[in-house]
Design a protein around this ligand. Structure first.
Ligand code: PLP
Length: 432
């Protein structure tokens, strides 16, 4: 790569050379005092594509004009609306189309999947997850364990980084899985850690889980639309995600699941049932017995929420057009530049110790988020850049009280620019 420069001219040159730069114009960028803000919060809520209103309004219009007949209208009938999302979603997670379906919300889906993939026995009942997991995931795991009559303090193994380190080493994850051995029922990690931005090697974790007879599932909240995945080839058993972060589906929009083909086609696998999981061929015949369709769709319970799906569809079209390969290539360049700019600012200010980058970005070379831990004045610096037009995410210091808080920033390749990164650096410099 040619050498980087912390200058406006350099950043603009990068944008000119970026074949994805025009996608930015297809989003609404929030304004700050009449100017586009620096939106680095796509890891929390992605921006709204301009097409979203059109797609949602179309369904409102069809509802007004067609009433219930809208279920069977041409092309976008609500009965099969989720089919429109299947291929783009399968492409993003690296799955066969039959292995994915858009439904419900992330935590709901984790519970539904654990009905199938966490069925503990007296000897095999443990779950391994990351320490410092997102609270909702931890509550879900704890409550599943208690629901089956086990004790989370014994059954839930939360892996912590080694003393003095910020992230869990892969070899320690693999060793913990092997050590648990026959007592391990399930391994469940975030594919990308929501706090540190660490990208996990889902393939080797899955292999290690299978080697001891456990299932491997992943929460893809921060992986979906952010990193390239091959869930099918990695042999991952199941996964779930939300669609309002990198997928830009809108606040609280509908999430989705992946179930590996060998489970999705296994009609004997226990699951909770509802009429929408029935084989569509018989769904409206209302059979007395549940007839699961031999795809991930059989985990659906209720009929599909069309309006959020219409919003999601607008964004997924952009992902299809840009392609995950081009997006991850740009993402690597953009976050590499962000890291360079931050280091350059700190060096110029002679303040290298002010910020510790928790994200192991240089070794993983994927995922767009950087988590900046401040040694002092974190909150004041965050407030300063916020007032200057940066939208980022603030986290209070951890329970051990290290540092003075963490700012998570995520330059998103679909709508952030190199100029955004340069401008961020200038505001950071001013704040320091
Ligand atoms: C964002 C996020 C959630 C949110 O869960 P919902 O059920 O969609 O509210 C859960 N887990 C992780 C790791 C997240 O990042």
């Amino acid at each position: 790569m040619k050498s980087l420069e912390n200058s406006l001219a350099f950043a603009q040159h990068q944008d000119d050379a970026d074949e994805l730069s025009s996608f930015r114009n297809r989003f609404h960028i929030p304004l700050h005092h009449g100017k586009p803000c620096i939106y680095f919060c796509g890891n929390s809520l992605g921006l709204q594509p301009k097409k979203t209103a059109e797609y949602v309004n179309q369904e409102l219009k069809d509802w007004a004009e067609l009433g219930v007949e809208g279920h069977f209208k041409k092309d976008t009938g609500w009965f099969a609306y989720h089919e429109l999302l299947r291929k783009p979603i399968a492409n993003l997670v690296g799955a066969k189309p039959l292995e994915v379906v858009v439904m419900n919300h992330l935590t709901v889906n984790l519970h539904l999947l654990m009905v199938s993939f966490y069925r503990p026995t007296e000897t095999r009942y443990k779950i391994i997850c990351e320490g410092g997991a997102f609270p909702s995931d931890r509550y879900a795991l704890q409550s599943q364990i208690k629901f089956h009559g086990y004790d989370p303090t014994d059954a839930l193994v939360e892996l912590q980084p080694s003393e003095g380190e910020e992230i869990i080493r892969h070899e320690d994850i693999l060793k913990a899985i092997a050590d648990c051995g026959d007592s391990l029922a399930l391994v469940m990690f975030g594919g990308v850690h929501y706090f540190t931005g660490q990208v996990l090697d889902m393939s080797s974790i899955t292999k290690a889980a299978h080697a001891v007879g456990a299932y491997a599932g992943f929460d893809l909240a921060h992986a979906m639309g952010n990193i390239k995945m091959s869930l099918h080839d990695w042999d991952v058993d199941f996964a779930a995600w939300c669609s309002y972060k990198y997928l830009n589906g809108g606040p609280g929009t509908v999430g989705g699941i992946y179930v590996h083909e060998r489970h999705a086609t296994n009609k004997e696998l226990p699951r909770f049932a509802g009429w929408w999981g029935n084989d569509p061929a018989v769904r409206f015949k209302m059979p007395h017995q549940f007839v699961p369709v031999a795809t991930a769709d059989s985990w659906q319970l209720s009929n599909a929420p069309i309006l959020p799906m219409a919003a999601l569809r607008a964004s997924l079209e952009l992902f299809e057009e840009a392609g995950i390969n081009r997006l991850t290539t740009k993402s690597l360049a953009l976050t590499t530049y962000l890291l360079f700019v931050i280091r350059n600012v700190l060096t110029k200010k002679n303040m290298e110790d002010l910020i510790q980058i928790l994200t192991p970005f240089e070794s993983q070379k994927s995922g767009c988020q950087l988590s900046l831990q401040f040694s002092v004045n974190g909150r004041a610096i965050f407030d300063h850049i916020t007032n200057a037009g940066v939208i980022a995410d603030w986290r209070e210091p951890d329970q051990e009280g290290r540092g003075s808080g963490v700012i998570r920033i995520a330059p998103v390749p679909l709508y952030n620019s190199f100029e955004d990164v340069f401008n961020f650096g200038e505001l950071l410099k001013g704040a320091i």
